[in-house]
Write a protein that binds this ligand. Structure first.
Ligand code: SF4
Length: 346
């Protein structure tokens, strides 16, 4: 690290993208230490487990940045980009990682938005917490170049944690940054990041594994199934939350039902009433279930029997299940509790 250390904000303004994970927090702190005021952009793509938990608990409130990011002292902006992001998932030009994670295109997408903020704010550069070699597909040297190109930022993009190992950027040529200002972190090890976190006073950061569900194998089983059901693989903004909750069973007909497992999940499932049929027992406690669209009678009967099976009436000969339609009409079916036999679990 160089000797320059002007006061906060004296070096100018820089825009960073920040997931709230350790690397992004360190990048923010490193750039702040160089004297830049940092505008930290936190993008909500819809697949962050922390945000989905927030949408379960606070359905009417916008997503929030993590306390750790707020604690950096950066000017944090939360941008909900779900509607713009979902079409990218249908067919990402650079492909997927090991699961449903289009990391190269995802980074480029976020950085392109950050470029717009940089220009609007008159900031000197955009930065990210990417570390050379940390992720085999999306953070090797070739991928870092692709991300910079695809985002439209080119050499206006700075990776402060690995910049000393990467080609010079425009801010370096212009004298806004010096090579000695940039670190030389690389590889998958976390020790240097942890030491830097101690040095920079970064605490309470999330574990590296906790975050994007697009990398979660179990979640991706559900997501791939949904892609196959959606024309053009186009998802809706509220699809990721429904994939996150409940039991997902594919009926013998091929239709899929989502059945809540806890009160909070039942509340989420019931929110999808405008898109299909909602089932619940009339007299016993039990799950709420959702079946999309206008399904045939046999599917409705199968789901009613499953709802009876997973509720407190499972030992009764017959259970009354209320079925509510999107137009507000309801009907009650008296059914024998069924079994999930013949259903495929997602
Ligand atoms: S892990 Fe998820 S949020 Fe992160 S770059 Fe990949 S797809 Fe995007």
């Amino acid at each position: 690290m160089g000797e320059r250390n002007p006061g906060p904000g004296q070096a100018g303004l820089a825009v960073g993208i920040a997931s709230g994970g350790l690397d992004s927090l360190l990048a923010v702190k490193v750039v702040q230490r160089l004297g830049f005021e940092v505008v930290a952009l936190h993008f909500v793509i819809g697949f962050e487990s922390a945000h989905l938990r927030g949408f379960i608990e606070r359905p009417d409130e916008p997503a929030r940045a993590s306390p750790a990011l707020l604690a950096t002292g950066a000017r944090v902006e939360v941008h909900d980009v779900r509607a713009g992001y979902l079409p990218l998932l249908a067919d990402p030009p650079c492909g997927f990682g090991s699961q449903c994670n289009p990391c190269i295109d995802c980074h480029a997408f976020m950085l392109a938005q950050a470029g717009q903020r940089m220009r609007a704010l008159g900031a000197a550069f955009v930065f990210s917490g990417e570390v050379l070699g940390q992720r085999p597909m999306s953070q090797n040297s070739q991928s870092l170049v692709r991300v910079a190109e695809r985002s439209g930022l080119g050499d206006r993009l700075v990776r402060p944690l690995s910049g000393a190992l990467l080609p010079p950027t425009a801010p370096e040529r212009e004298g806004v940054l010096r090579r000695a200002d940039l670190l030389d972190l690389s590889g998958r090890g976390r020790q240097r990041q942890q030491a830097l976190a101690m040095e920079l006073g970064v605490r309470d950061y999330p574990s590296p594994a906790g975050g994007c569900l697009l990398t979660d194998p179990q979640y991706c089983v559900r997501l791939r199934d949904l892609f196959a059901r959606r024309p053009g693989r186009l998802l809706r903004v509220d699809d990721p939350l429904l994939l996150f909750v409940g039991r997902h069973l594919v009926l013998p007909s091929g239709a899929k039902v989502v059945i809540g497992r806890r009160d909070e999940e039942n509340g989420v499932v019931a929110r999808y009433a405008p898109r299909g049929l909602v089932f619940e027992a009339v007299e016993q406690n039990g799950p709420t279930a959702f079946l999309e669209g206008a399904p045939p009678d046999q599917d409705v009967l199968d789901v009613a029997r499953l709802v009876a099976r997973y509720g407190q009436g499972r030992g009764l000969p017959r259970v009354a299940i209320r079925v509510s339609a999107p137009d507000g009409s309801t009907r009650v079916l008296e059914v024998e509790p069924g079994t999930p036999e013949g259903c495929r679990v997602l």
